[in-house]
Design a binder for this molecule. Structure first.
Ligand SMILES: Cc1ncc(COP(=O)(O)OP(=O)(O)O)c(N)n1
Ligand SMILES: Cc1ncsc1CCOP(=O)(O)O
Ligand SMILES: [Mg+2]
Length: 417
């Protein structure tokens, strides 16, 4: 908070003398409760000197309005115009935060890099405990930049963090003011998000992604647990339970048993579609498609430490998955498949288009087997980290043997390319 023109000037002088690696300017001019926090005289020096040095400026809508001579900002389109106008003062990026916009189910922020506008959608958490959210967001962006993140990624991580912290503090009752504080340390207190137990997702884990199928298990007289054990024995690097026909009670029991196997092998276990099962068995994550719950809703339910995958067939879907805080995308069918009905085949061209556009690691899926997996990986596409396979592992007599064979094919291919 820079209350006077003199203080802003001292800061600018100091920054010239001691340049920093990244400068995040949160122009604290108007609080969420409407209080003025900085004299009007500071506006011109903010605009003319400080913003030009900033990597990113992060006003809320009230601050954006004040910076632009009290223009009225009521819609997302107004926020875009404001971001564009503030960009002209010289920062490399602008984030106009819409958390204070009139009631809507989403909290939409507008990110502008000078060329492209990106709407970042978050959930509006109903709570009075919002004191300090802007400061936290800006500090979190700075922390992520210090860790080497790109600006958009830093903003996305920060937004997810603030949203999760708000969610976990929404019912706190502290103090008498109209706004309460929120809890930045929620991760330490809330058992599912206990820092020590958080799986940290690594894109390399997508290398050989085994996806189970209840029909195939029945056909070969195997339990889900036996299939998962065999896939891990053969070298699967991540497992998804895709049990479309299973009864909930039975599925949950099986999922819990699979979690024990996966945990002891250090292989992440994800659940297809069913967030309820994932929560109940404390799975490492969930995979959702375009007609399932959105990744941002899944993130809200699972919390920040879990892995979320989204099926994407287009660059727009890949961008949305990133915006929603997903960890990876599944792209396919690369080849025709009889495992998923009515699934369009994208071919290599479709896979390439999505991989090139994606900001997230990609796993290819659909009709992939021991005969064609090399051709997929040999494409050498950016972000393509592995293959996801159902029938070539599970519609076979010996799951462990098929998995081992495919793993060695992939390893040989990737060591050559
Ligand atoms: C790794 C991976 N990629 C894509 C899918 C397909 O998910 P979705 O489109 O939701 O279809 P269903 O699997 O639910 O039928 C996947 N499961 N895994
Ligand atoms: C779930 C899914 N999503 C896109 S294709 C597909 C099925 C992949 O199965 P298979 O490996 O047997 O072709
Ligand atoms: Mg699905």
């Amino acid at each position: 908070m820079l209350p006077s023109i003199g203080i802003v000037k001292v800061l600018c002088e100091s920054l010239k003398k001691f340049p920093v690696q990244a400068l995040v300017v949160d122009p604290v001019l108007v609080s969420t409760s409407g209080d003025t926090l900085s004299a009007s005289s500071t506006l011109s020096v903010y605009r003319d000197e400080l913003f030009a040095m900033a990597d990113i400026v992060t006003p809320n809508v009230k601050e954006a309005s004040r910076l632009l001579g009290d223009v009225s900002l009521h819609t997302v389109s107004d926020m875009r115009s404001a971001a564009e106008s503030i960009y002209k003062f010289g920062p490399k990026y602008v984030l106009v935060k819409g958390g204070d916009m009139p009631e809507s189910s989403d909290a939409i922020d507008v990110f502008f890099d000078g060329k492209e506008f990106i709407e970042l959608h978050g959930h509006r958490i109903k709570t009075h405990n919002t004191h300090g959210t802007g400061c936290t967001l800006a500090s979190c962006i700075a922390s992520e930049l210090a860790k080497g993140a790109t600006m958009l990624h830093a903003v996305q991580v920060a937004k997810n963090f603030v949203e999760s912290a708000l969610h976990h503090s929404k019912d706190l009752i502290i103090g008498n003011g109209p706004q309460g504080p929120f809890d930045h340390l929620f991760k330490l207190k809330c058992p599912p998000y206990n820092v020590g137990s958080q799986p940290s997702f690594k894109a390399e884990q997508l290398f050989l992604y085994a996806v189970t199928d209840s029909g195939m298990n029945k056909k070969w007289g195997r339990s889900i647990k036996e299939s998962v054990r065999a896939a891990i024995e053969g070298g699967a690097t991540i497992v998804q339970l895709r049990e479309k026909d299973a009864e909930t009670r039975e599925f949950l029991e099986a999922a819990k048993a699979c979690m024990v196997i996966c945990k002891s092998s250090g292989v992440p276990l994800l659940i297809n579609d069913r967030v309820d099962i994932a929560l109940a068995c404390k799975a490492d994550g969930v995979h959702v498609g375009q007609s399932d719950m959105s990744a941002s809703e899944v993130r809200e339910l699972l919390g920040p430490g879990k892995i979320i995958g989204v099926s994407c067939k287009t660059p727009a879907q890949a961008q949305q998955a990133w915006n929603d805080g997903a960890d990876y995308i599944g792209c396919g069918g690369v080849y025709p498949t009889s495992t998923k009905s009515n699934n369009p085949t994208l071919g290599f061209e479709g896979l390439k288009t999505v991989c090139l556009a994606s900001k997230l690691p990609v796993v290819a899926i659909g009709g992939i087997n021991a005969s064609n997996a090399s051709s997929v990986m040999e494409l050498g596409l950016p972000n393509l980290k592995g293959v996801a396979v159902v029938s070539a592992l599970f519609d076979r007599e010996c799951v462990a043997t098929e998995t081992r064979n495919l793993r060695s094919i992939l390893t040989n291919t990737c060591s050559r390319t």
